[in-house]
Design a protein around this ligand. Structure first.
Ligand code: F6R
Length: 245
């Protein structure tokens, strides 16, 4: 695992965007795995900026997102599809037909998950997967559990995740309680992983995930077994591991 120290959120975002853009430049038809949440927004802003300046071309890029709330349509402003469209897809020249987010409106969970696994497989594999980190160590919506889930699956969100995400909704009771998420095996199959993490409230999760036991109780800990992981974090997120990196 490579730890890249950033001063603050802005610095973290620029560094992560630099890594992503290098991939797009070197392999214009790359497949990038994308995440939502507050952590990657700054990186998306940089990518949009560099696209506008003519430094980046997304016309050959395919994207697959990690997760989506079950039951939220694309035009719901809290859906992850809406988020991706707002922060990236509508602002760059990526082909909308090559942007994939799990379909939260497929009511049959098994069918929704089967379809998404087939989509990810059909891309030929993710070249670089961008991840955020949950305060409980989740990646995607793979919550702490007794086992690592393999493929795309439907999850019941934990109380801590619902609480963390309530800030984006009118009230906590509006936060959906289920989501479709790529599984751990799918994430681990990405050739490269790029995780961005910032803020004091993630410092515990950073320590447990990258220096603790590999356990499904801390889903991100599995990344210790991946051969190409880069973690870009700010000083606050790295505060508990500063002397070890
Ligand atoms: C979102 C996702 C989640 C978030 C995590 C951190 O697609 O997969 O795992 O990355 O919950 O969220 P933020 O960045 O909002 O702290």
């Amino acid at each position: 695992m490579r730890f890249v120290k950033a001063r603050d959120y802005r610095d973290m975002s620029r560094k992560a965007a630099n890594i992503l853009s290098a991939h797009i430049i070197v392999k214009p038809d790359c497949v990038i795995g994308l995440a939502t949440g507050s952590s990657p927004i700054g990186a998306y802003e940089c990518l949009v900026d560099w696209y506008r300046k003519g430094d980046l071309d997304f016309s050959g890029v395919t994207s697959v997102n990690l997760d989506e709330y079950r039951g939220l349509p694309h035009d719901n402003d809290q859906s992850y599809y809406y988020f991706m469209n707002k922060h990236l897809f509508s602002k760059v020249n990526i082909d909308p037909a090559r942007t994939f987010v799990p379909d939260g409106m497929i009511a049959d969970a098994d069918e929704a998950c089967r379809q998404y696994d087939a989509i990810v497989r059909a891309t030929g594999g993710v070249d670089i997967q961008l991840l955020g980190l949950g305060r409980n160590g989740h990646i995607g919506f793979n919550e702490p559990d007794a086992v690592f889930a393999k493929g795309t699956h439907c999850v019941n969100l934990t109380e801590s995740t619902i609480e963390a995400n309530a800030r984006f909704f009118a009230s906590k009771s509006d936060v959906p309680t289920q989501a479709y998420t790529m599984g751990i095996q799918t994430i681990m199959k990405a050739k490269k992983i790029l995780l961005v993490v910032n803020g004091e409230d993630k410092a515990d999760a950073v320590e447990k995930s990258f220096f603790g036991d590999v356990t499904p109780l801390v889903p991100a800990s599995i990344l210790q077994l991946h051969q190409d992981v880069t973690i870009v974090g700010d000083e606050a997120a790295f505060s508990k591991i500063a002397d070890r990196i």
